[in-house]
Design a protein. Structure first.
Length: 148
């Protein structure tokens, strides 16, 4: 049986980005040769629309670009993603880098100016807290080395 891995749905080509587009990544998609990929989009799970305004984290909360506090939706999406991770026994996840939900290690700084700071997205942090290993899309070789 193939190991199950959670994957940000936008990396698999699903048009769930805030803009209505995707972040299709062929190296991520090719993981399906060795793993069972489980698409997740925490922002969609949280009830946010496609398209939607971009959001960033500031002071531990999440704000859409118009200033609306969307923390509850992000938290709900994170909890639902964790539930799926537990139900499927996925040991790790491939998550879109820099996202306020999926980013791990670096995220945008909350000023909507493109600056990045050290930090984790809401879902990435919750998965990490529950001992699920997080890889960004630039770390696929490392994931294959550890899990194949
Ligand atoms: Fe992609 Fe994650 Fe944003 Fe959904 S929440 S569009 S999966 S980066």
């Amino acid at each position: 049986m193939k190991t199950k891995i959670l994957v940000s749905a936008c990396l698999l080509g699903e048009n769930c980005k805030y803009s209505g587009g995707n972040n299709k990544n062929d190296e991520v998609i090719a993981l399906a040769d060795s793993f069972e990929l489980i698409p997740v989009c925490p922002e969609c799970f949280g009830g946010l629309t496609i398209p939607r305004l971009p959001s960033e984290i500031k002071g531990g909360r999440v704000y859409a670009k118009d200033g609306e506090d969307v923390t509850d939706a992000f938290m709900s999406g994170a909890e639902q993603t964790l539930y799926i991770a537990k139900e499927t026994n996925a040991p790790c996840a491939v998550l879109k880098e820099n996202s306020p939900s999926c980013g791990f290690g670096k995220i945008y700084d909350g000023t909507f100016s493109g600056n990045k700071i050290d930090g984790n997205g809401i879902t990435a942090q919750l998965l990490f807290n529950n001992e699920i290993q997080i890889f960004g899309e630039s770390q696929i070789k490392k994931l294959r080395y550890l899990y194949e």
